[in-house]
Write a protein that binds this ligand. Structure first.
Ligand code: DP6
Length: 330
C-alpha cells in the first residue's frame, strides 16, 4: 500500500554573507549569521513516496543509486519526519538536479530543502514555513535558506535553543541582480563544508576573528540588499567570502579550496570593476567563483569570465522564487 506521495522543487542559494562554523552545543546551529540570494537557474526536484512494502529507505540521485553516506543523511531527516507524523513506513526517494552534478556544484542546500518539503507533505504533516526551514537546517544549515525565494537571512544559533529558521529578507521581485557561476573544476570537492568548517573552528587561529567579522558583515549585506546598493553589497559579499577562505587557509593542516582558475577569476572580476563593469566575486567551499552583477552588465561579465584561463563553463542565473510542493498520484 502507498500513502500520498509528494514532489518538491527547491533552488540552490549563494550566501553573500557566509555561514562557516557551528556552535559547539550540537544540533547543527551556525555560529554566525548568513544572508543569501536564491538562484532560479539551479533547481533540485525531489519526489518522496512512503510505502508499506519497503524494508528500507531508498535514494536515487540523478538516476543512480545514492552512496551510503548520502542515504544515511537522508534517513536521518526521514526518521525525524516519521517521528513527528507517527508513521513507520519507509520511503522511496528520487532526486535530480537540473544542473550538472559533475561540475561539483551539487548543493546540499536545494537537496535538503526539497527533501524536507516533499517528505513532510507526503507524511501528511502540515508545517509552517519556519518549521520547514528549521527541519531543513538540522540536515544542512544552508538548506534552511533554500525554502525561501529572493533574499534570505539565517541568524546565528543561540546556545540553549534548538529551533532556528531562516526568513525572507526581500522577495525575488525586490531586485533583479544576476549571478554568473564560473565552473572551475570537474572534481568533487576534497573536503565537504561540514567537515571543513569543523576543522577550521578547531584549528584556525583566525576563527574568533571570523565570527566577530561575520556579525558585522551580515547586517551590512542585509542593509545593502534592502537599499538595492550593489556596490555596498558587492564589497561586503567579497569580504565575507575572502575572510572565510583566509580563515580556512590558516587551519592546520591548511584548507585550500582555490584552484588556479579561482585566482584568475578574482583578478578578472577586479579588472572588470576597474573598467566600470559591476562585478563582485563570492566563493563557497570549492574552486568555483560566483560573480554578482546587473542585467545590463551580464553579457560582458559572462564573456570575460568564460575567457578566463581555467574556467570550464559559465552558468548565468537570476533571483529564484520560493520552494514549491505538489501532491503526486500514487
Ligand atoms: C560555504 O550548509 O553545506 O556554502 O550545515 O554542515 O550541511 P552543513 O553545511 P553547509 O555549508 C555551507 C557553507 C557555504 C556558505 C553558505 O552557504 O553560507
Amino acid at each position: 500500500m502507498t500513502m500520498l506521495a509528494a514532489r518538491a522543487h527547491a533552488h540552490a542559494n549563494i550566501a553573500l554573507a557566509k555561514y562557516w562554523g557551528k556552535l559547539d552545543a550540537g544540533g547543527n546551529l551556525p555560529a554566525v549569521p548568513s544572508v543569501s540570494v536564491t538562484l532560479d537557474a539551479l533547481t533540485t526536484t525531489t519526489e518522496v513516496r512512503f510505502d508499506s512494502n519497503l524494508c528500507d529507505d531508498q535514494l536515487v540521485l540523478n538516476d543512480q543509486p545514492a552512496s551510503e553516506p548520502a542515504t544515511r543523511r537522508m534517513v536521518a531527516m526521514l526518521d525525524e519526519i516519521r517521528e513527528r507524523a507517527g508513521i513507520r513506513w519507509r520511503a522511496a526517494v528520487r532526486s535530480s538536479n537540473n544542473f550538472p552534478t559533475a561540475a561539483g556544484l551539487a548543493s546540499s542546500a536545494s537537496a535538503f530543502a526539497a527533501l524536507a518539503l516533499a517528505a513532510s507533505r507526503a507524511a501528511g504533516l502540515t508545517l509552517s514555513e519556519s518549521q520547514l526551514s528549521d527541519l531543513a537546517r538540522r540536515s544542512s544549515a544552508s538548506a534552511a535558506r533554500s525554502l525561501f525565494g529572493g533574499f534570505v537571512q539565517l541568524p546565528a544559533g543561540q546556545p540553549g535553543s534548538s529551533f532556528l529558521a531562516a526568513s525572507r529578507l526581500a522577495p525575488a521581485s525586490h531586485w533583479d541582480v544576476r549571478l554568473v557561476v564560473a565552473v572551475n573544476s570537474r572534481k568533487s570537492k576534497a573536503i565537504g563544508s561540514t567537515e571543513g568548517m569543523k576543522h577550521t573552528a578547531a584549528t584556525s587561529p583566525y576563527f574568533d576573528a571570523w565570527v566577530e567579522l561575520s556579525r558585522e558583515l551580515a547586517p551590512r549585506v542585509a542593509q545593502a540588499i534592502l537599499a538595492r546598493d550593489l556596490q555596498a553589497l558587492g564589497q561586503a559579499a567579497e569580504q565575507s567570502a575572502l575572510a572565510m577562505h583566509a580563515c580556512a587557509m590558516a587551519s592546520d593542516p591548511a584548507l585550500v579550496y582555490f584552484e588556479p582558475a579561482t585566482i584568475a577569476c578574482l583578478r578578472q572580476v577586479r579588472a572588470l570593476r576597474e573598467s566600470g563593469i559591476a562585478a563582485w566575486a563570492t566563493i563557497d567551499a570549492g574552486p568555483h567563483v560566483k560573480v554578482l552583477t546587473t542585467p545590463e552588465h551580464l553579457q560582458e561579465v559572462m564573456r570575460a569570465i568564460a575567457n578566463t584561463e581555467g574556467v570550464l563553463n559559465v552558468i548565468a542565473s537570476g533571483v529564484g522564487g520560493d520552494a514549491t510542493v505538489e501532491l503526486v498520484q500514487s
